[in-house]
Design a protein around this ligand. Structure first.
Ligand SMILES: [Zn+2]
Length: 171
């Protein structure tokens, strides 16, 4: 049995200079990215159930509204976070790092705001019964795909074709 223990590893030094760094570590944590929502119970299909019946619609609506709420909370958290953190660092190097961090944050939140708008559009379509069928070919998008991607407007095949075309145009 070989168990290697690093006995000679340098121990954490506790000096006055580390104090400043430590206050940095304990600062408020940046909110997490919520561009994917997976916090739901998969729908239990009953035998012979009709696609997008009332209870399936209710289920998908709940996924969409829960996701929307999570995103809204993240956006709020970011606003608070940026306000709390702004101007905390007199050191120019710290400030540069902070600005970098802020711009990443802001880009993430921007994506989330767009996502919220997309969720709103989707909820609107769900209300109007214009939901769950492929925009290109008209077939059922499918409950499981909608659970994973509730804002999906196309079936897997059409979406894949689009992506292939986009890639070809990109090259
Ligand atoms: Zn399709």
């Amino acid at each position: 049995m070989v168990t290697k223990t690093k006995k000679n590893a340098p121990k954490k030094r506790k000096t006055a200079t580390t104090n400043r760094k430590q206050t940095k570590i304990t600062k408020a944590k940046a909110p997490a990215d919520r561009s994917n929502f997976s916090n739901f119970e998969p729908y239990k299909l009953k035998k012979g159930e009709k696609y997008l019946n009332e209870s399936q619609e209710k289920h998908l609506k709940k996924i969409l509204t829960d996701w929307r709420m999570t995103l809204m909370e993240e956006v709020d958290k970011t606003v608070n976070y940026l306000q709390d953190e702004a101007g905390n660092f007199p050191d120019p190097a710290d400030r540069a790092a902070q600005e970098e961090e802020f711009s990443i944050e802001l880009r993430t939140r921007d994506r989330e705001r767009k996502l919220i708008r997309k969720i709103d559009d989707t909820l609107e379509r769900l209300e109007q019964g214009d939901y769950g069928y492929c925009d290109s070919c008209g077939i059922e998008i499918g409950l499981r795909r909608l659970e994973a991607r509730p804002t999906a407007e196309k079936c897997v095949d059409c979406k894949s074709l689009d992506e292939i075309r986009e890639r070809q145009l990109g090259n």
